[in-house]
Design a binder for this molecule. Structure first.
Ligand SMILES: C[S@@+](CC[C@H](N)C(=O)[O-])C[C@H]1O[C@@H](n2cnc3c(N)ncnc32)[C@H](O)[C@@H]1O
Length: 230
């Protein structure tokens, strides 16, 4: 299982500032989900694929005394997360991979992940590890934008030039259930800011035309909520 290519890409994103721009791109969707997560005071939360750590910090601020730990395999992302860290909150950012989490069994009250899980070269192993580190009854809230029911994202794996795990909404639900999670629910979260203005739209390789922009916006982000059996 090689992470080399993924690390290279995301170290590059950190260095060129793309990592910093993800907060603006994903911020509204993450805020909507974090608002629904009902985070309690003092919880210990794992953020899988934390990038520059903005969502880790949002989780840490969600209730008093929350401890949020982000992990990411890209050293430059972790370095940027450390630079942006606020010392008034309990957050930290560790180098690590989804498939070999360096934490004790049953050590987290909940887990979160934004736009990261499908990069795993071994999603089954990542889900097995996620289940292992959660306490019995603990929830995981995972958000992804790349899924088969959002056809505007279908080209992303080719553009990234890495293998990305492609599943439908039903396929992701089944994967979590097969990994041993219970109470698995999926929902779509649509960015409240809308798709933008057509007159101001600038095509690029990711969104080559306005119709793709609208389609990606309307299909929204896929939110997967799952729980470790109590
Ligand atoms: C698209 S970025 C999202 C970062 C952050 N969650 C955000 O929304 O800004 C995906 C992140 O997942 C990390 N990642 C991908 N596969 C990983 C794996 N198998 N183990 C750990 N981190 C991984 C990447 O290094 C990258 O920083």
């Amino acid at each position: 299982m090689s992470h080399d290519k993924i690390q290279q890409i995301f170290d590059g994103w950190a260095e060129e500032g793309t990592g910093d721009r993800l907060e603006h791109a994903h911020g509204d969707v993450v805020e909507q989900v974090v608002d629904k997560m009902n985070i309690h005071a003092g919880e210990k939360i794992l953020d899988l694929g934390c990038g520059t750590g903005w969502a880790t910090r949002m989780l840490a601020k969600a209730a008093p005394g929350v401890q949020a730990i982000g992990i990411d395999l890209a050293p430059q992302m972790i370095a940027r997360a450390d630079e942006l860290h606020s010392f008034t909150i309990r957050a930290r950012y560790d180098l690590g991979t989804f498939e070999a989490l360096d934490f004790e069994d049953a050590s987290f009250d909940r887990a979160f992940s934004m736009e990261a899980l499908y990069y795993s070269p071994h999603v089954d192993k990542a889900l097995e590890e996620l289940l292992r580190v959660l306490k019995p009854g603990a929830p995981a809230d995972v958000i992804i934008d790349y899924f088969e029911d959002s056809p505007g994202t279908a080209r992303w794996a080719e553009l990234m030039d890495v293998a990305m795990c492609s599943k439908s909404e039903a396929g992701w639900k089944a994967a979590f259930e097969e990994a041993g999670f219970t109470n698995v629910k999926t929902a779509r979260i649509v960015d409240r800011r809308g798709p933008g203005e057509e007159a101001a739209f600038e095509p690029d390789e990711w969104t080559p035309d306005w119709a793709t922009q609208v389609s990606i916006h309307e299909n929204g982000s896929l939110w997967i909520h799952a729980e470790k059996p109590a």
